[in-house]
Design a protein around this ligand. Sequence first.
Ligand code: ZN
Length: 385
Amino acid sequence: MSLGRHSIPVRPCQADRDASHCTPVRNTATVSSSQASGTEYADAAELGIHVIPLDTPFAVGQVNTYLIEDDPLTLVDCGPNTASALTQLERQLEDRGHRLSDLEQIFITHQHLDHSGLAGILAARSGAELVTLDRLAPVLENWAGQAGRSDDDALALMLAHGVEAPVAEALRAVATIIRGYGGAARVDRTVNDGEEIVFTGRRLEVQYRPGHSPSDTVLYDRANRVALLGDHLLAKVSSNALVDSPLPLPSDPARSAAATSDSTTPGPPPRRPEPLLAYRDSLMRTRLLEIDLGLGGHGPPVRDHRPLITGRLSAQERRAEHFLTLLADGPRSAHELAVLRWGRVAITQAFLTLSEVLGHLGLLLADGRVIEDASGAIVRFHAAD
Ligand SMILES: [Zn+2]
């Protein structure tokens, strides 16, 4: 989607680490996933699930798509809208004895363009049925309008929280270019949270897990204790909870109309979503599941999800404490906090770092430990007495 809001998981950012840990970095574990697939994914292959890693132009490196050899023959996630990803996918399908036209079903785990970008092209070329969570469908079907609205919201958010106008506007312009790695797709069938996708040899429960994006969906095979996780939980990188526009729910005519509009006129800033609070709730729900094998959107499989989730939640709490200490000398804007924490990276990755700060301030606001002052031109936060 837009700059800083396509999937760019970063290494775990802890309060006691330097800025480089929150810089989007190429993850060696992710890059090695294709070479490692023979061994790390052996148990997945035994269940008929085959990892197909595809290159992306983003710092995260490759994205994992998954071929489920069952009836219907299904691809989970698609890769970005690039010729190289399409070629790599076709070649790896051939390696397994399939052609693109053999695909019968495509499922998209979330709206980020490294996962959804090729969906429209693949569905059109293969004739496969494109299936998504109900609330993801309007995003894919009205890609340009929704992406434009999302970028406008991001611009308004950056300006409201103290990012200098030239920086915010430059990032908005780059976002328009990056949007080309996504694309519109017609969704054939939608599924709801809790519904099952039924195959001849398995049943996958649809579990809505917002936070990293507003549309994250986990597919859970309860019988085999396997979960296809998208970017909800990754073994080697800590997924960001990124601020993004609320989804245009199919049942909400106002939002659907906004999504179908190609207008890019910035409106008043909407009420800020709290993605980190949503993400923490989602992680706690996933922690309750019985999972032996978690198949993520980047990097190697998740083998031990409970301690991994507990560690991620603790790291978020430590980081929130760190931001609270940065408010000891008086009120600050979220962007000032990002600059204090990450220096130059807070300029070049202004939206990503702003999302990180606002997410953690959201934890402190929810606990009544920080107060938000939106009375001025720039929103400021101060520690509660
Ligand atoms: Zn991703």
